[in-house]
Design a protein around this ligand. Structure first.
Ligand code: ADP
Ligand code: ZN
Length: 433
């Protein structure tokens, strides 16, 4: 089923017309309601009337995370607080949080975009939707919740943590669809196995996982461990929250809700737009938001766009899996390292779990990087020859993909903390010198 055929299956001409009309309205509205952005436009010498085609979007100045920080907490709000019905905030780990306000209309659009995503994973009104994203300022829990209510499903607002209780509810309430971060899904899958429950004993059939980067290997493990189909859902607080894009049953990237969010990919160095198929930084313009509209917001997420036809029948442009965010990109010995590259390597070894941590440090003038990773349950690591052989193989595979040496430290199964929300994969000790 498709939730909103009119928008999700529109022909290109219709979609572009909707986008242009909404873009022009958004720019005019922003110019009139947000003095900070109006000043940016004046400085760039561009007026709302200059936006005559969709391509003219390239004339507009970007909004960055720094702009949000400089305007903390509400300098980019386009409406007085009395018209704001909800505040959400990003889980950002450094600096001031980003505060976003939603009008009633913004809330309805957010629910609509998650409803489309839930429908993509086959969820409907007869399903029990088990939400194990955190509830609160983080958009995961309440975002999934709003979408599940919009499709008329039975909502189970579990929030995150207490994995044993999650599993009990999953069994007793016969949850059909699970929503959480992929790393928490893996934690749940592991706990299910440990409890001696077989995937076929659960009623779960699909999962909607997002809020952090994950790999195809991780998806395979989750699908097998829980006996479900896993879908990818992407979003960010600044643009709305989860539901900006979601993968359909074809598993070929995520359909962007293009009537609400206009995507561009830019080269992060030259800031020039890149064509479909080329990887770069994802930039979004909200097309219908009134609380805190965003024009050309630089997400810092790296992916590419796909405009080929999708077998599912939806015509919206898709974005690839997010490889990583420039914030998470480590520069070690001058080389760019993404945690997702390391995850791909680990996944090749059945002897290892997908729980890992990267430790980056500096010795003298030189950077060091060490991978801490667990042996799979049941493997004993006191066979020195076996361990040394594994070390060689993993270090070799890491060097192939990272182009730099990375030491490996093996831990017993269960030694690393389990993720319940966004997994923390990197500890960079260099910052604290
Ligand atoms: P933050 O994590 O920056 O504090 P948010 O909670 O708003 O703030 O999370 C948004 C970010 O999470 C995105 O910019 C992106 O980096 C990441 N993200 C969200 N969904 C996905 C996904 N499906 N795949 C990869 N990364 C994702
Ligand atoms: Zn599709």
């Amino acid at each position: 089923m498709i939730w909103n055929k009119e928008m999700e299956c529109a022909d290109r001409e219709t979609m572009c017309a909707v986008q242009l009309e909404r873009l022009q309205a958004t720019v005019k509205y922003e110019y009139e309601h947000v003095p900070y952005y109006a000043a940016k436009m004046d400085k760039a010498g561009v007026k709302p009337e200059d936006i005559r085609t969709l391509e003219d979007i390239a004339l507009l100045p970007f909004i960055t995370k720094e702009d949000l920080a400089d305007n903390y907490p509400s300098g980019l709000f386009a409406q007085p607080m009395e018209n704001i019905v909800r505040i959400q905030s990003s889980s950002g780990t450094t600096g001031k949080p980003k505060i976003i306000g939603y009008t009633e209309g913004d809330m309805a659009d957010w629910a609509e975009s998650v409803a489309r995503g839930l429908t993509m994973c086959g969820a409907g009104k007869n399903d029990v939707i088990h939400i194990a994203y955190g509830y609160g300022l983080f958009t995961g829990g309440l975002g999934a919740h709003a979408g599940a209510e919009a499709i008329g499903a039975t909502v189970l607002p579990m929030s995150t943590g207490n994995t044993a209780r999650q599993i009990m509810f999953m069994q007793d309430m016969k949850s059909d669809v699970l929503c959480c971060t992929p790393s928490y899904a893996l934690t749940i899958a592991e706990a299910v196995e440990k409890a001696g429950i077989r995937p076929e004993d659960l009623r779960l059939r699909a999962g909607l996982f997002g809020a952090e980067p994950w790999t195809q290997s991780m998806r395979d493990k989750i699908e097998k461990g829980l006996g479900i189909r896993a879908h990818d859902i992407y979003g960010l607080t600044e643009i709305t929250g989860p539901g900006v894009s979601t993968s359909c049953e074809e598993n070929c990237g995520m359909h962007i809700q293009e009537d609400l969010f206009y995507p561009e990919i830019i080269d992060p160095e030259t800031l020039k737009p890149l064509p479909a198929g080329e990887s770069g930084e994802l930039v979004f313009t909200t097309l219908n938001k009134r609380g805190v509209p965003m024009i050309r917001y630089r997400t810092r997420d790296i992916c590419y766009l796909m405009d080929e036809k999708c077998e599912c029948g939806r015509t919206t442009v898709r974005m690839s899996r997010v490889f990583g965010r420039t914030d998470d990109m480590l520069i070690v010995k001058g080389v760019n390292v993404f945690p997702s590259q390391v995850e791909t390597v680990i996944a090749e070894f059945d002897e290892l779990t997908l729980n890992y941590k990267l430790l980056v440090d500096r010795k003298g003038a030189s950077d060091t990087i060490e991978l801490m990773v667990e042996f799979a349950e049941g493997l004993i690591i006191d066979d020195i020859e076996f361990v040394e052989n594994m070390r060689k193989r993993v270090e070799h595979a890491l060097r192939e993909i990272l182009q730099i040496g990375c030491k490996v430290r093996f831990l017993n199964a269960g030694a690393l903390p389990r993720s319940e929300g966004k997994a923390v994969r990197v500890e960079d000790r260099r910052r604290f010198e």
